[in-house]
Ligand binder design. Structure first.
Ligand SMILES: NC(=O)c1ccc[n+]([C@@H]2O[C@H](COP(=O)([O-])OP(=O)(O)OC[C@H]3O[C@@H](n4cnc5c(N)ncnc54)[C@H](O)[C@@H]3O)[C@@H](O)[C@H]2O)c1
Length: 369
């Protein structure tokens, strides 16, 4: 497949996103053209196949870079202060300077962590992202949000720090467990529901319809279909971030399904549902809420729920439901104002959403039951 490029233009900085199968072998050549110093630290995780790390490393060595690798354990629990210090200490020990670079090679955990480290080490070194999960490719590596978790909550400490470049290689997905792939699909489906509001046209047919018609190809990792969905999703996120980097208004639409999702994840101690599963349930609840308020028709709400279910993602919380725990967690969310919850809801027709901020707790309770 030919190389696809997306550029995020921001006030202080721009970021190039490159998408191509096997681009892992060409990374050194692409980076040689950028002013990113001679020394590169690759931060990765132990479940990411070693051959991916080796290929990227060889490509950088061939282009004359001096390469160091730091492998951290896998898992959300390692997106913490300890891992951040490990990266920073490793860089100090190996005499990294301000002009040098950190590369994140992994999923969202590695990119959030390495991006944060890059933003604070020497008050900011170059940061490059090479996502290896679908979620990383369509979401976490794009937009410049970095974070670690602390015991009081997820993503509570972080920075906005744009990468110099993002290299997306869909062939990395061949080793990704199916469950992890579906976490990314929940976000891909979200972009279909934002197509009109994000002003990112997919093609002659709506992205929603493309996902409906190409389910088998996508789930069997057909190269063309998977590259198409990654390219479109990355473009949609890039367009949204270009217009609103710091989430003052438009970027908030990316939270479709997430108010419910955070409540559900937290109520079940992040154990019963993956993030993608919680987002899927959240998107179904948001669609039902929108239909109840006549923002979309019942038929449209059903088509959204059907698509989510066709991708093997859950559409409701399993019984018995921890209703009070979900509601309490939702109330702690940043999106609550004066006891009223704020939701992003489908509106008008599929592809369009709007912010609705007058939903009472009673209504949410009856929806969840
Ligand atoms: N910064 C943002 O804008 C943003 C957006 C969305 C999510 N996130 C963050 O992303 C994180 C979740 O990211 P994730 O879903 O990528 O999870 P993850 O980074 O934990 O990766 C999932 C698992 O897959 C393994 N893995 C990764 N690539 C693989 C591959 N190609 N083959 C085999 N195994 C592989 C990892 O080692 C890990 O065990 C969360 O911490 C979330 O907060 C950030």
């Amino acid at each position: 497949m030919s190389l696809k490029k997306i550029k995020i233009n921001l006030k202080d900085k721009s970021c190039d996103i490159f998408i191509q199968g096997n681009i892992q072998t060409q990374i050194g050549r692409h980076l040689k053209e950028k002013k990113i110093g001679k020394k590169i630290l690759i931060v990765t995780q132990n479940r990411i196949p070693v051959r991916f790390v080796e290929t990227v490393k060889q490509s950088l060595l061939k282009s004359g870079f001096k390469v160091f690798t730091l492998t951290l354990p896998s898992g959300e629990q390692y997106k913490n202060l300890d891992s951040l210090l490990k990266i920073v200490n490793f860089a100090v020990k190996n005499k990294f300077e301000r002009k040098d670079s950190f590369i994140a090679l992994g999923g969202g955990v590695v990119s959030d962590l390495t991006g944060f480290a890059a933003s604070i080490y020497y008050r900011g070194v170059n940061f490059i992202c090479i996502p290896t999960t679908l979620l990383g490719m369509v979401d976490a590596s794009i937009g410049g949000k970095t974070a670690i978790n602390i015991k009081e909550g997820k993503n509570l400490v972080g920075t906005f720090y744009q990468p110099e470049a993002v290299f997306i290689d869909p062939t990395f997905l061949s080793t990704l467990p199916e469950k992890e792939f579906l976490i990314g699909m929940a976000e891909v489906i979200k972009y279909a529901l934002l197509e009109k509001t994000s002003k990112t046209k997919f093609s002659k047919i709506p992205f929603f319809k493309y996902l409906k018609l190409n389910r088998e190809k996508i789930l069997s990792l057909d190269t063309k279909a998977v590259t198409n969905i990654i390219y479109y999703s990355a473009l949609a996120k890039a367009n949204i971030v270009s217009k609103d980097e710091k989430e003052s208004n438009l970027r908030a639409i990316l939270n479709l399904g997430h108010t419910f999702a955070h409540g559900i994840e937290q109520a079940y101690n992040y154990k019963a549902y993956t993030h993608g599963e919680a987002v899927s349930i959240g998107t179904c609840l948001a669609s039902r809420l929108a239909a109840k308020h006549k923002l979309i028709s019942e038929k449209e709400a059903c088509s959204i729920i059907d698509l989510i279910s066709e991708y093997g993602l859950p559409t409701t919380v399993k019984k018995p439901i921890k209703l009070n725990a979900i509601l309490n967690s939702m109330l702690l969310d940043k999106k609550v104002e004066n006891g009223k919850l704020k939701f992003i809801l489908p509106y008008g027709s599929i592809g369009q959403v709007k912010i609705v901020n007058n939903i009472g707790l009673k209504e949410v309770r009856s929806l969840l039951k």
